[in-house]
Design a protein around this ligand. Sequence first.
Ligand SMILES: [Zn+2]
Length: 414
Amino acid sequence: MVSVLWIAAALMALRLVADLVLSALNRAEVRRHAGEPPAAVAAIMDRPTYGKAVAYTLEKSRFGMLTEIFDTLVLAMVLFGGVLPALFDIAAGWGGPDSTWNHALFILLAAVLLSIPALPFEWWEQFRLEQKFGFNKSTPGLWVMDKVKGALLMFAIGFPLLWVLLSVVAWTGANWWIWGFVLMFGFQLLMLILYPKVILPLFNKLTPLPEGDLRTRLLALGDRTGFQAKTIEVIDGSKRSGHSNAYFTGFGRFRRIVLFDTLIAQLTAEELEAVLAHEIGHYRRGHIPKMIAMSAVMMLAGFAAIAWLARSPWFNPAFGFPPGQIAPSFLLFGLLSGAITFWFGPLGNLLSRKYEYEADAFARDAMGGPAAMIGALRKLAQKNLTNLTPHRWFSGFYYSHPTLVEREAALVQS
Ligand SMILES: [Zn+2]
């Protein structure tokens, strides 16, 4: 039993060390260029903005390092300190021998308890760090409301879902993990459709882009590129943060494009058109179904792993839980799997960066040249104080998008 705990602790420590080393390398690289930006970067940012971006990157990285260490320590204390088995005993006492609702509640309560220690860090990041660099637009009242709403939603959606999942396990026998996967994957697809319609409006206001030159332009672009958009929506991201973004959600008939109001304020009409063309590029190149298919494969593998661990006589008991109980196996897997999936992150990011290059190329062709896309990317980097000189290992490991210098080079040459 001891060896299982040692392996779990070693995996967690290894992940933390890798994370800290990569961040330290990245900070060293940023400091190395702090006095004199590389030529390609000097063309993107003026000196005062570059200086601010360096300061923002370094401060965020140092704060992230503290957060990582703290989170890992909390997780270790919870996993190895006997808190969770005590909570499980209490929850098990609420129901009969065959009831599953109390086991679902146990998983939720554990998740809520685990998220509490991180709250002061989240507060500091929003109201100290982001505030200092002018990005915070939220208020303490809004922040607290967001957390309360999030917790209520977790119970309103998570509780019935976990209850059904645990019931499916009880009904379907040894092959439960296939049925569990079908249930959760179906839920994920449903959320892709429902999230922007039902959940997002609880936090943000979405409004159709008003009639006018910009809307006419963007809809014409949609027609030209084979993307008939019914609406383009604007989200009031400025309610919480000055950071700007655009994204694309859903699939098939349910696809929708959402632009941040902050983005509309920062870019010219032509640059916004290029950003939309990039998003349409993701759609036309089939990136979204490919990503969904890949996450399905990962989820199925996860369920198979949980089934294997839950069947084993050593997994639950090593952490103080009775063997054969599925709810603790789910929770333990949820808490520990990050230490393993961390190492697969770079593979996913490699693929994601390939898709970004493809979408950029699509946007360039749709716009008849790279100028508008480059203009948009430069402004986004300036307004968001993006780090333009990350360490190669750091960006290779963590970045889902190529760096701006890489994107510009690809836009101009290929
Ligand atoms: Zn993209």
